[in-house]
Design a protein around this ligand. Structure first.
Ligand SMILES: Cc1cc2nc3c(=O)[nH]c(=O)nc-3n(C[C@H](O)[C@H](O)[C@H](O)COP(=O)(O)OP(=O)(O)OC[C@H]3O[C@@H](n4cnc5c(N)ncnc54)[C@H](O)[C@@H]3O)c2cc1C
Length: 420
C-alpha cells in the first residue's frame, strides 16, 4: 500500500492525535472520528451533575478524570512527537495542563480540521465497492458512513469501567460506584467509604477521600498489583485510612472480606477495578475476525495489526507504563506499513504469531516498558520503522519514577527529582 491513501482514525485522544500527526506527516489523508465534542480523550474532564451508582449504568460517561488529577509520570516520558511539554509546566503535569498541551499539539499539526466531533464509530464493513487488489473499508458512525483504505482504532482501553462479578455486591444498600465516575472527595464528607482494588486509582482516591471521609478502607487481594509498598496500621489525611483484604460480598451496609472480616455501616463502596474498551466497540467489528475479551482486542499481530487485514490496526488496546511513547512507535510502524516501507510476514504467519504472542498468552495484557518483553516490543517497532528506540535516559526516568512512587506514595509528585 503506498502513500496518499485515506485513513480513518477512531478517537481523538492522545493515541488518535499522535497517530494522526505521524500519518499526516507521511502524506496520508487522515480523518479522526471522535464521539465527544472535544479532543483529548481521558484528559478532557467531564463534569457530572449527580453521583453515579454503577447499577444504573455509566453510558454517556467518557472520561475518568477528576479535578485534582495529576500525572503519575514526569512530563519527559509523556512526549508528543517533536512537541515537548513547555518548560514552565510542573514535572508532574495537571490533567488540564496535559489537555492544553494536546490542544496546542493538534493546532500545531493542523489536525483540527481533520477531526469529526460528535461522530461515534458504530461499525466497520468491507466496502461493496472494493475492487480486485484494492480493499476499502466502510466506517459507519452516528452521523453517516465513509470509505477508507485503512482504519486505526485509537478508542482506548480507558473508555469504560472494568467490573468484577457484581452479583455478590448487589445486596449492598449503600452507593456502589466505580472510580470511572469519581469527581472529587467532597461527595464523601463524613462518610464511611470502602474501596476495592489497590492499583493507581485505588491508591490515589483512597488518600484523597481520607481528607473528607470519616473512615476509609482500601481493600485488595494480597496477590493483586500493589503499586505502592504495603502499609500497615493507620495512615491517610486524618489517620483514618487502613488496608484490608479483598471484598467478596456485601449484605445491606456490610462489606465482607476474603479473610472473614466485616466492614460495617459502609456508606459507599467504590470499585477501583480498572478500565476496558467500550464493550459496544467489540460488537461493532462483526466481519473482521477480531474478538475482544475484558482487556483487549485480539489476536493482533504485534498487538497492532489485524492478522488477516493489516490495514486495520488498534493502537491503544494494550496497557503500557508510558502510553504516549508506545503510541508514537505504533504510529510510525503503521505509517511504514501503509507506505510500503515495512514488509510484514504473510497472513498465516501473522495469525500464528498473534496467537502465540507472549502478551496474549498471559490472558491479561499487562506490560510495562521496563519489562524485557515491553522493551523488546517497542524496540522491535522502532527497528521496523527505522527510528531510534527510547533513549537510555527515558528508561532511567521511568525506573526512577517507579522507585519514587513506591517509596513516597503520598508526596512523590512534589519531591525534587533525583534520577536513579
Ligand atoms: C486515572 C488515570 C490516570 C492516568 N495517568 C496517566 C499519566 O500520568 N500519564 C500517562 O501517560 N497516562 C496516564 N493515564 C493513561 C491515559 O489514559 C493515557 O495517557 C491516554 O489518555 C490514553 O490515550 P488514548 O488516546 O489511548 O485513550 P483516551 O484518552 O481514552 O482517548 C480515546 C478517545 O477515543 C474516543 N472514542 C472511544 N470510543 C469511540 C467511538 N466508538 N467512536 C468515536 N470515538 C470514540 C473517546 O471519546 C476518546 O476521546 C491515566 C489514565 C487514567 C485512567
Amino acid at each position: 500500500m503506498s502513500a496518499n491513501k485515506e485513513v480513518a482514525i477512531i478517537g481523538a485522544g492522545p493515541a488518535g492525535l499522535i497517530t494522526g500527526s505521524v500519518l499526516k506527516k507521511t502524506d496520508f489523508t487522515v480523518t479522526l472520528f471522535e464521539q465527544r465534542d472535544c479532543l483529548g480523550g481521558s484528559w478532557a474532564i467531564q463534569p457530572l451533575s449527580t453521583l453515579v451508582d454503577i447499577r444504573d449504568g455509566v453510558f454517556g460517561i467518557y472520561s475518568p478524570t477528576y479535578p485534582s488529577l495529576r500525572c503519575n509520570l514526569p512530563k519527559q516520558v509523556m512526549p508528543l512527537p517533536d512537541f515537548p511539554f513547555p518548560d514552565d509546566y510542573p514535572l508532574y503535569a495537571r490533567h488540564d495542563d496535559v489537555l492544553s498541551h494536546l490542544h496546542r499539539f493538534a493546532e500545531h499539526q493542523k489536525l483540527l480540521r481533520h477531526i469529526r466531533f460528535n461522530h461515534r464509530f458504530l461499525a466497520l464493513d468491507a466496502s461493496s465497492t472494493t475492487s480486485p487488489g484494492k480493499r476499502r473499508w466502510q466506517i459507519q458512525t452516528s452521523q453517516g458512513a465513509g470509505e477508507f483504505d485503512a482504519v486505526v482504532f485509537c478508542n482506548s482501553h480507558y473508555s469504560f469501567p472494568k467490573l468484577p462479578d457484581l452479583e455478590p455486591l448487589l445486596p449492598f444498600t449503600g452507593r456502589l460506584e466505580h472510580s470511572f465516575s469519581y469527581r472529587g472527595p467532597e461527595a464523601y464528607r463524613h462518610k464511611r467509604v470502602a474501596l476495592m482494588g489497590s492499583g493507581p486509582s485505588g491508591e490515589d482516591l483512597s488518600r484523597e477521600i481520607s481528607h473528607c471521609a470519616s473512615r476509609v478502607y482500601l481493600c485488595a487481594h494480597p496477590g493483586s498489583r500493589q503499586l505502592h509498598r504495603p502499609v500497615t496500621g493507620r495512615y491517610g489525611a486524618h489517620n483514618n485510612l487502613t488496608r484490608h483484604r479483598d471484598v467478596v460480598a456485601c449484605n445491606d451496609r456490610t462489606v465482607m472480606l476474603e479473610d472473614g472480616e466485616k466492614l460495617e455501616n459502609i456508606d459507599v463502596l467504590i470499585l477501583c477495578t480498572g478500565f476496558q474498551p467500550d464493550p459496544a466497540f467489540r460488537h461493532a467489528l462483526p466481519d473482521t475476525g477480531l474478538s475482544g475479551d475484558q482487556n483487549t482486542i485480539a489476536p493482533l499481530y504485534l498487538n497492532l495489526f489485524h492478522p488477516k487485514y493489516p490495514e486495520l490496526t488498534a493502537t491503544s488496546m494494550i496497557q503500557c507504563a508510558a502510553p504516549f511513547i508506545l503510541y508514537r512507535y505504533q504510529a510510525e510502524a503503521i505509517a511504514g506499513y501503509l507506505k510500503g516501507k515495512i514488509q510484514l510476514p504473510n497472513a498465516q504467519q501473522r495469525q500464528f504469531a498473534a496467537e502465540q504472542s507472549e502478551l496474549r498468552q498471559t490472558g491479561r495484557v499487562d506490560f510495562s516498558i521496563r519489562k524485557a518483553n515491553s522493551m523488546e516490543h517497542i524496540n522491535r517497532l522502532a527497528s521496523m520503522a527505522g527510528i531510534p528506540p527510547p533513549t537510555k535516559e527515558t528508561l532511567e526516568i521511568l525506573a526512577a519514577n517507579n522507585k519514587k512512587r513506591l517509596e513516597h506514595p503520598d508526596t512523590y509528585r512534589d519531591l525534587p527529582w533525583v534520577n536513579g
